[in-house]
Design a protein around this ligand. Structure first.
Ligand code: PLP
Length: 386
């Protein structure tokens, strides 16, 4: 029998996050700081709204772009962020943030187009771009600069094939949040080189202290060249509902909607009604962020107290990107041994790109009790090494 799989599928491999999961499967007393998802369940008012819609008979296909009431609620929410989009033509509901990322890449990329992606970055970007024929071009970020991607580093990697810049602020895996000044400089580069920006803002509600989330699409001349991608997964603990949205100019949203029509038809109907309720309750997202803030402080203080480990205090998202070179070992050995000996899952930084070497990603969207226990275990592990 011949091999029926196409060439692109050969690039599909299991990512390092899921691979760590598999390694942990079957082990007892595991503390999993590996996967990037809220530990809490979706707030009950949101669940009830989804259930009610289903019981009321909203069990059918919806418009391909999503139900208008939800798109209108998204448009309202975006106005609050300084972004004005027409809910009828410039907003679509997607299968999580991933749906927005994938659909936009599919309608934008031609084979060989270069896509600038920060390194380290959530690993799915690299796989998605490759699968759709693009060429990921890593843009290193440095701890000394708070892991923020810079306009200078972006511009240095632009060639005549560069088409897309993927931005992710607040960031996974580093927790960096881009400030207005850097965003302005980046927007000038995007305009100068005629780039389209995919702005992945799925952690937009998870920012701490006096840090503000700002979309690059709010800056002069950027709205037309930006696809804003957002999701309910992280902000409302709704990862399993698979719902998010994309906002962009009509031309792009129209093609993404036609693609959705042909691929999945629409997003799950009950999830769309639940999302309307979520948008009515920004207080719920804020409450969760307050919880993450406490957990961030606990994780950062605990990690900083361990000899050989260093980490910045992240400004957003729910990850710490901790340096482990001071222990005198590489990040893969660290993550594997920590799992085998102490039953704590963390992800080697190199899973997020070459420049993640020497770091591990720790997700602190977990209970304070688990975080404290995990820190004790890391302490024990490191003490045996030094
Ligand atoms: N973008 C980033 C940066 C993420 O970290 C994730 C999930 O980890 C996603 C997108 C996907 O989110 P969703 O569950 O909404 O598809």
């Amino acid at each position: 029998m011949k091999n029926y799989l196409n060439k692109q599928s050969m690039s599909l491999q299991q990512g390092a996050i899921r691979a760590m999961f598999d390694k942990a499967a079957g082990m007892s007393d595991i503390i999993n700081l590996g996967i990037g998802e809220p530990d809490m369940t979706t707030p009950s008012v949101i669940i009830e709204a989804g259930m009610k819609a289903l019981l009321d008979g909203y069990t059918h296909y919806t418009p391909n772009a999503g139900i208008l009431e939800l798109r209108e609620a998204v448009a309202e929410n975006l106005i609050g962020q300084g972004l004005k989009y027409d809910p009828r033509t410039e907003i679509m509901i997607t299968t999580g943030g991933m749906g927005g990322l994938v659909m936009s890449l599919m309608v934008i990329l031609e084979p060989g187009d270069e896509v600038l992606i920060q390194d380290p970055q959530w690993l799915n970007y690299f796989a998605q771009v490759k699968f759709f024929g693009g060429v990921p071009v890593p843009v290193p970020v440095k701890e000394g600069n708070g892991f923020a991607i810079t306009a200078e580093a972006i511009e240095a990697r632009i060639t005549n094939k560069t088409k897309v810049l993927m931005l992710n602020s607040p960031n996974n895996p580093t927790g960096a949040v881009l400030d207005l000044e850097e965003l302005k400089r980046i927007s000038e580069v995007a305009k100068r080189h005629d780039l389209i920006v995919l702005s992945d803002e799925v952690y937009s509600t998870i920012v701490y202290d006096d840090t503000k989330h700002l979309s690059i699409a709010t800056l002069e001349g950027m709205r037309e060249r930006t696809v804003v991608i957002n999701s309910f997964s992280k902000s409302y603990a709704m990862t399993g509902w698979r719902i998010g949205y994309a906002a962009a100019n009509q031309k792009i949203i129209d093609k993404m909607t036609r693609l959705q029509e042909n691929v999945v038809a629409c997003v799950n109907s009950g999830a769309q009604y639940a999302a309307i309720e979520a948008l009515k309750r920004p207080d719920l997202a804020l409450e969760m962020t307050e919880l993450y803030r406490k957990r961030r402080n606990l994780a950062v203080e605990g990690l900083q107290s361990i000899e050989g480990i260093s980490c910045l205090k992240p400004k957003g998202s729910f990850y710490v990107f901790a340096g482990i070179l001071g222990i005198g070992m590489d990040e893969v050995t660290f993550a594997n041994e920590l799992l085998a000996q102490q039953h704590v899952v963390v992800i080697p930084g190199s899973a997020f790109g070459e420049h993640g070497k020497g770091y591990v990603r720790i997700c602190y969207a977990n209970s304070e009790e688990n975080l404290s226990r995990a820190i004790e275990r890391v302490q024990r592990y490191v003490a045996n090494k030094l």
